[in-house]
Design a protein. Structure first.
Length: 174
């Protein structure tokens, strides 16, 4: 919590996701200590993934979805790529749709995982709930990564299929 505040003050940048994680962990730890129920701590990851899912889904309705911002941060060292992405964002609706769809699919997947996992934590014995909870989380992340790789491959194949046609058209235009 202190680190989030320090970064916000010194760098004038608020790390929303970090603040969400810290707040959720603090609230769940306090609830667990007050009630003595260890299941509350098991819900921590579900609360975080569900919250992240809501943020991702909600961002689809705003100017730029979270997945676009995340990918910009991942590629922050490549100024040429970011400049190209800025231009594509301004001029190409299909480019914007890719990031909106990615945010929507990841958001829906994470939210669904949380909605399924929380009741399981309370319905199953605690040892089984811990194991099933971890498997469900890893399975969900695995499925979402798999879908993302498939979708990326599909987009690349579509672009490659269009490129030769465009090249032939350019050659015939000469």
């Amino acid at each position: 919590m202190l680190r989030v505040g320090y970064v916000a003050v010194t760098r004038r940048r608020f790390a929303g996701l970090a603040a969400l994680v810290v707040a959720a962990f603090t609230l769940l730890l306090a609830a667990s200590l007050l009630t003595g129920d260890p299941r509350i701590l098991l819900t921590r990851e579900s609360m975080l993934s569900g919250s992240l899912g809501l943020v991702l889904l909600g961002s689809c309705a705003f100017r730029r979805p979270v997945m676009y911002s995340f990918m910009r941060r991942v590629n922050s060292g490549n100024a040429a790529l970011l400049a190209r992405w800025d231009e594509l964002w301004r001029t190409q609706p299909p480019f914007r749709r890719v990031f909106t769809l990615m945010s929507a699919v990841w958001g829906a997947g994470l939210l669904a995982e949380a909605i399924v996992r929380i009741p399981l934590i309370y319905l199953l014995p605690i040892d089984a709930a811990a194991g099933v909870s971890t498997l469900l989380q890893l399975g969900t992340i695995g499925l979402l990564v798999g879908w993302s790789l498939w979708y990326r491959g599909r987009r690349l194949r579509t672009a490659a299929a269009k490129a030769p046609t465009t090249l032939r058209e350019v050659r015939h235009a000469r």
